[in-house]
Write a protein that binds this ligand. Structure first.
Ligand code: PEP
Length: 250
């Protein structure tokens, strides 16, 4: 079986200022994690984060990307622009973008294609709502979200990035999935990838996201198909994010 390197991602959502970020980066750089880490600030701060992390094991990423290249798309930011300011990764299909900004499965797939074409490594988010879980639809929802992306690119291409399982009911709620619930979905995602390309499925990092904290990270990351985490709220404090990274290395 392929040994997959731990990957921890800090999604700051719409939080921070230049001063806040300078403090966070100073704390982070003072005790850099042993795992691969990616920091996702709001777009206007990517250049600041990328410059500070240059030469470090950690990289900067964007929280979204436009599915078009350039031109009359007011308010949008292209993949090439993100690369130009130092982003190396991009989160695509976060549930907050899906729910509040109309990012449907085909739009998510288009963004993945654009990101890959520009050399950005996508973290593709999938996840069910509470109602869907209670209706027994979790596996079907995840499969549909994944298949929409796999219609436009191969598992080998996706393996350059990662897939994040983020149950919508666990994001920002303090209510994490149990390690067993998360592992069950991660295993299903890997099996779905493996049905198309076994080697790519083994190589692809599958991240769990949804109320990961220093206290629950170790048990989540001990599951065989959980290769790291996409961390929201707890990543805003560098010490907490570093503690989660450390839990991932035990
Ligand atoms: C997220 O924003 O992707 C996330 C998982 O948030 P939180 O860790 O706060 O649940």
């Amino acid at each position: 079986m392929t040994q997959r390197a731990r990957l921890l991602a800090a999604n700051w959502k719409m939080n921070g200022s230049r001063a806040d970020i300078a403090r966070w980066l100073a704390d982070f750089q003072a005790r850099p994690p042993a795992c691969e880490a990616v920091v996702f600030p709001p777009a206007v701060y990517i250049a600041q984060v990328a410059a500070a992390l240059a030469g470090a094991a950690a990289q900067a990423g964007a929280q979204d990307v436009c599915e078009f290249t350039a031109g009359a798309w007011t308010g949008e930011v292209s993949a090439e622009m993100l690369v130009d300011v130092g982003a190396r990764w991009v989160i695509i299909g976060h549930s907050e973008r899906r729910a509040s900004f109309g990012h449907t499965d085909p739009i998510v797939a288009g963004k993945v294609v654009r990101a890959l074409a520009a050399g950005l490594r996508p973290i593709v988010c999938v996840g069910e709502t509470r109602e869907q879980r209670e209706a027994g639809l979790t596996q079907r929802v995840i499969a549909e979200q994944l298949d929409a992306v796999l219609q436009r690119c191969t598992p080998a291409q996706l393996s350059a990035g990662a897939i994040a399982y983020e149950p919508v009911w666990a994001i920002g709620t303090g209510l994490s999935a149990t390690p067993q619930q998360a592992q069950e979905v991660h295993a299903a995602i890997r099996a779905r990838l493996a049905a198309r390309d076994g080697a790519a499925a083994q190589a692809t990092r599958l991240l769990y996201g949804g109320s990961v904290k220093p206290g629950n990270a170790g048990e989540l990351f001990s599951q065989p198909d959980i290769d790291g985490g996409l961390v929201g709220g707890a990543s805003l404090v560098a010490a907490d994010f570093l503690a989660i990274c450390a839990a991932g290395m035990q």
